[in-house]
Ligand binder design. Structure first.
Ligand SMILES: O=C(O)c1cc(=O)[nH]c(=O)n1[C@@H]1O[C@H](COP(=O)(O)O)[C@@H](O)[C@H]1O
Length: 230
């Protein structure tokens, strides 16, 4: 069975990222390329990972006018990635345009929307004039995302159980803010362990620093995969 682990390749160069990925096989984990690596290494690096057989989540969190986001999604899909994301706060017209832009492809990537970043807590939302608790905002944005026909959302594992009830089992929940017991929370606030996330119904966990900054990354990956297979 393919892994439910997505490793965040937050490295500053293609060379550093390749040093890390050469230890991995595609069945060990899916790989996420975000802003840091994409800006440094570009689309060629993404194509290289895809050619090596990895399922790649291109995490560029598109958030712009519908026409721009639709075109960006098309360009991203041409790289052969497995998953793409946009910001739900871009609104329904933007999400609909994004979905339609890739709908006709033979093998479209999964398209998901970021709800409330896992680094955000209620106090930070309040400063954005959002008076709701994080879960209420996540729930609202997940409903909007689902109504636009997207495949799922990025949220915190803390919201997973209620979201699965709300959106149904097929709607994908992808959760960063995952920390194995004993690891630092860093800048994440809404966190859970891999095992707890899986028990709450999460489909894919995103883990970066606890793996990429570990002295024994393969052991951490193995332990997380065991937890996710429970
Ligand atoms: O879209 C994302 O991937 C994302 C959304 C979110 O709400 N929180 C979040 O941490 N992420 C990403 O998930 C990864 C988490 O990395 P670590 O905190 O190092 O495990 C980073 O690459 C973030 O950019």
């Amino acid at each position: 069975m393919s892994s439910r682990l997505i490793i965040a390749l937050d490295f500053a160069s293609a060379e550093l990222a390749l040093n890390f990925t050469q230890q991995l096989a595609p069945q060990d984990a899916k790989l996420k390329v975000g802003f840091e690596l994409f800006v440094a290494a570009g689309p060629d690096f993404v194509r290289k990972l895809v050619d090596q057989g990895f399922e790649v989540f291109l995490d560029l969190k598109f958030h712009d006018i519908p026409n721009t986001v639709a075109a960006a999604c098309q360009s991203a899909a041409k790289l052969g990635v497995w998953m793409l994301n946009v910001h739900a706060l871009g609104g329904d017209k933007m999400m609909l345009a994004a979905r339609e832009s890739i709908a006709g492809l033979v093998k479209p990537p999964k398209l998901i929307a970021v709800t409330v970043l896992t680094s955000m807590d209620q106090a930070q939302l309040a400063k954005l004039n959002i008076s709701q608790a994080p879960f209420e905002q996540v729930s609202h944005l997940a409903a909007l995302t689902q109504a636009c026909g997207l495949d799922g959302v990025v949220c915190s594992a803390q919201e997973a159980q209620q979201l699965k009830q709300q959106c149904g089992g097929e709607f994908l929940l992808v959760t960063p803010g995952i920390r194995p017991l004993g690891s630092q929370s860093d800048d994440q606030t809404r966190i859970l362990t891999p095992l707890a996330a899986r028990q709450l119904g999460v489909d894919y966990v995103v883990v970066g620093r606890p793996i990429t900054q570990s002295k024994t990354p393969l052991a951490v990956i193995k332990a997380i995969n065991q937890d996710l297979a429970e």
